[in-house]
Design a protein around this ligand. Structure first.
Ligand SMILES: Nc1ncnc2c1ncn2[C@@H]1O[C@H](COP(=O)(O)OP(=O)(O)OP(=O)(O)O)[C@@H](O)[C@H]1O
Ligand SMILES: [Mg+2]
Length: 273
């Protein structure tokens, strides 16, 4: 087993990054039975709080900050569900830049490649590792891009522009050119987070023209149930007669489609390399 590492990116806030990370990890672990790990690199800890609720965990004592300070992530793993683990973030992780400067004074490359080094010993324990990052160009996103094999880019279909996705791709290219990082765009995922929104067909067409089949054909639409997972954790409830709750089913069906498309794209990359 050697895990593939995925980062979900866009340098804008509130576009659905954390939703995508938490749902893909759940589909991967629960429905595909893959050993899956989420590493929360956002001091806001949104992914950590959703996953803790998902696993009915009231208190998490382990965290990524200690992992970076002590140089060991293996001791910071929290079990969420069978096949689903978490390395949780806490607010103290906001000090990441200071931690890195202290560890590696004057060595920028070591600072931004530290996560890659820390993830290495985890790779033989998992099939998939998902990284959730804050919406900034920062040590957080640099470390994630260095560590990731693939990125999944969020395309906001209601923003009337490709800007969010484009900036991300340009920055990724900058790191590839200047540091030789090895990351590929696995898919561009159209997301529509506002209720009653319409997909902007022009944005989608522009994206397809520019990025071709990288743009996934599944569009993540607004679903109240997905929003509710923020406060209740991710659920897959059964009704009295044993059928799945239809709103849970709808949410999981959508993200399973996304995961299947990403798997297809990954196969193509693997075949060509
Ligand atoms: N498909 C969806 N349907 C309904 N609500 C959604 C959907 N996707 C995300 N949301 C909601 O939109 C908000 C922003 O989503 P999310 O936290 O995933 O964005 P983010 O890009 O991670 O934000 P940040 O940049 O702050 O980390 C959250 O309240 C989330 O529940
Ligand atoms: Mg987030």
């Amino acid at each position: 087993m050697t895990a593939s590492v995925y980062v979900v990116g866009n340098f804008k806030g509130g576009v659905g990054k954390t939703k995508t990370v938490t749902m893909l990890s759940y589909e991967s672990a629960v429905f595909k039975k893959r050993k899956s790990l989420v590493i929360d690199l956002d001091p806001q800890g949104n992914a950590s709080s959703v996953l803790a609720k998902t696993g009915n965990i009231t208190e998490i004592n382990k965290n990524i900050t200690n992992g970076f300070i002590n140089g060991n992530l293996e001791n910071e793993i929290t079990k969420i569900l069978p096949n689903l683990d978490l390395i949780a973030a806490n607010t103290q992780f906001k000090d990441l830049p200071k931690i890195l400067i202290k560890k590696f004074p004057d060595d920028e490359e070591k600072q931004i490649s530290y996560l890659k080094k820390l993830i290495e010993p985890l790779k033989n324990k998992y099939d998939s590792i998902y990284l959730d990052v804050p919406p900034t160009i920062s040590d957080f996103s640099d470390n994630a891009m260095f560590a990731a094999d693939y990125c999944i880019i969020i395309l906001q279909t209601q923003e009337l522009s490709l800007d969010g996705a484009q900036t991300y791709i340009e920055y990724m290219q900058y790191l590839i050119d200047n540091y030789g990082i090895n990351i590929n765009v696995l898919g561009i995922l159209p997301c529509m987070l506002r209720p009653n929104g319409r997909v902007d067909e022009k944005v989608l067409n522009d994206a397809r023209e520019k990025y071709g089949t990288n743009v996934l054909s599944t569009i993540v639409n607004h679903q109240e149930r997905l929003k509710a997972y923020d406060s209740e954790g991710i659920t897959y409830n059964k009704t009295k007669n044993g059928l799945a709750d239809q709103w849970d089913q709808r949410a999981h069906d959508m993200f399973q489609k996304v995961l299947n498309e990403l798997d297809e794209n990954k196969k193509i990359f693997e075949k060509n390399n």
